[in-house]
Design a protein around this ligand. Structure first.
Ligand code: AMP
Length: 502
């Protein structure tokens, strides 16, 4: 019996001296990294991890955190990464919903989370960005060898929570097969090899930075320049050592704002990939004009990993997300799942080994999300253009993507409506040069003494920063249609140029 994900992606490099991770502190070889993985796997077992248990992790990006992900897989656990911006209030829901048996947080949040851990009967460990913490101390005392726990292709490797359109977040279950198949496909489609050095500045609590980037580079035996976050200055100084980069559109707009980002600096770069949010066609063109290179845009989501991509060798067309990846069936369908003719706008539906196995303990939500013939209903609206490429035109849910992170208006509206003096609210996106979209709250108040400051201060305690409104606007009434529904499209039009002067 084997551990499919570990054996396929990581085990081949166990004795390799080649650098896997590089940062300001130096290089970490595959061998040293995987030895650390073994020590952490032993530490997890010593902390009570049983096969199939969930390990919930909210920690600042670090090499040790990446090792914790691999260790969880190798020890037979299910990895549950959480956005570092989530408050203790938000964490409570995820830990309880997933019934995590081990929780790993930054030491500064230990006190806030300890009550939750006690209540849930979970083991609480700490891991800080500087790679200190109780998990690290425990790992230091462990053996450097560990035999992988057997896990089959259908066993869960990770649960990633998506924000819910109505109410609570759903845990997308990803099995070993889902993760392996996508890595194998992307290796060939994007032509990654052991010679690649990827500039990694994405967070590792999300599919993009964790699975697309890390699984792929480990699979091919490449190297990652592993930086804590996006920083234009750091990107410019590390770029000469990289061959490829993955980013959200905001990375590219910020790089273009730097004059030093030019053709000379990027001449040696093999590939720039963008995804997680729409890349403006204008950014794509500006990038080409500046560097002579075309960004390769792809499309995916938490539930499906990567699904479509512009080609490596063929035409990369601005404003499109390319074609279905090998092994992925994509159709643009009407509300009943019937395939539409090319050119017609409908919902993207998908089938393939990349598609998740369902939402954690939510059989009804899972059933609602799949057609009877097995296609997953993404909720993204698109059409097929004259080249056969997919053009995303919007989202049927009112999802806002700010700086590459998803914000569901319903969650923000619910919290605003609870504030004393608020009658009702509508949360929308307004175009923003830096974030792509910015969260804007339109509020009807019953008490005119209620201020913008009261609303923003109240939300600060309850919501991750990226979900907090960048502007609060008071209005007399919300526009509604004859069915009583708030007309968000009209609101979006009214506030379209709110941040235009930035
Ligand atoms: P997440 O689950 O956080 O990865 O978010 C997935 C959502 O991001 C998708 O359902 C799309 O709405 C959006 N998305 C991802 N990639 C793209 C892209 N290249 N263009 C437009 N939207 C995208």
């Amino acid at each position: 019996m084997t551990n499919h994900l570990y054996d396929t992606i990581f085990s081949t490099h166990e004795n390799s001296e080649k650098p896997f991770l590089i940062d300001d502190g130096g290089k970490v070889s595959y061998r040293d990294f995987l030895q650390r993985v073994n020590q952490i796997a032993n530490a997890l077992i010593a902390s009570g991890l049983k096969t199939g248990d969930r390990v919930a992790v909210q920690a600042q990006k670090s090499k040790a955190q990446l090792a914790l992900y691999v260790a969880t897989i190798k020890a037979g656990g299910v990895y549950l990464p959480l956005n570092t911006a989530y408050t203790a209030h938000e964490l409570d829901y995820f830990i309880n919903n997933a019934a995590a048996s081990i929780i790993v947080v930054d030491a500064k949040n230990e006190e806030k989370v300890s009550e939750i851990a006690k209540r849930e009967g979970a083991c609480l460990l700490t891991l800080n960005q500087d790679e200190s913490g109780s998990l690290v101390s425990l790992a230091d005392q462990q053996e450097e060898s560990f035999s992988a726990v057997a896990r089959g292709t259908e066993d869960l490797g990770a649960i990633l929570y998506t924000s819910g359109t109505t109410g609570r977040s759903k845990g997308a279950q990803l099995c070993h097969r889902n993760l392996i198949s996508n890595t194998e496909v992307l290796k060939d489609f994007w032509q990654f090899t052991a010679d690649d050095v990827l500039l990694h500045m994405l967070p590792i609590y999300h599919t993009h930075g964790l699975f697309v980037a890390c699984n792929l580079l480990a699979f091919v035996g490449g190297t990652m320049i592993f930086l804590p976050r996006f920083d234009a200055e750091a990107a410019l100084s590390w770029m000469p050592k990289a061959t490829s980069m993955m980013g959200v559109p905001t990375f590219y707009t910020r790089l273009l704002a730097e004059e030093r980002f030019d053709a000379a600096l990027t001449a040696h770069m093999r590939l720039f990939i963008s995804g997680s949010a729409p890349l403006l066609a204008e950014t794509h063109k500006q990038f080409e004009a500046r560097t002579g290179k075309k960004i390769l845009e792809r499309y995916g989501m938490t539930e499906t990993n990567m699904s479509t991509s512009n080609p490596y060798d063929g035409a990369r067309i601005a404003g499109t997300v390319g074609v279905a990846l090998p092994g992925v069936d994509v159709r643009i369908a009407d509300d009943h799942g019937n395939k539409l003719a090319d050119g017609e706008i409908g919902i993207i539906e998908l089938k393939g080994d990349n598609v998740f196995t369902g939402y954690w303990q939510m059989p009804e939500k899972t059933q609602e999300s799949f057609r009877s013939d097995g296609y997953f209903i993404t909720g993204d609206m698109a059409r097929i253009d004259e080249n056969g490429y997919i053009v995303i035109v919007g989202r049927d849910k009112d999802l806002i993507i700010s700086g590459g992170l998803n914000v569901y208006p319903k969650e923000v509206e619910g919290l605003i409506d609870e504030i004393e003096g608020v009658s009702e609210s509508a949360v929308i996106a307004a175009p923003h040069k830096d974030f792509g979209e910015a969260v804007v709250a339109i509020v009807v108040r019953e008490d005119t003494r209620l201020t913008e400051a009261t609303i923003t201060e109240t939300l600060q305690e309850k919501l991750a920063k990226f979900k907090q409104p960048k502007a609060v606007i008071f209005v007399e009434a919300l526009p509604r249609n004859t069915m009583g529904k708030v007309q968000k499209a009209e609101l979006r039009k009214s506030y379209d140029s709110l941040f235009a002067s930035l």
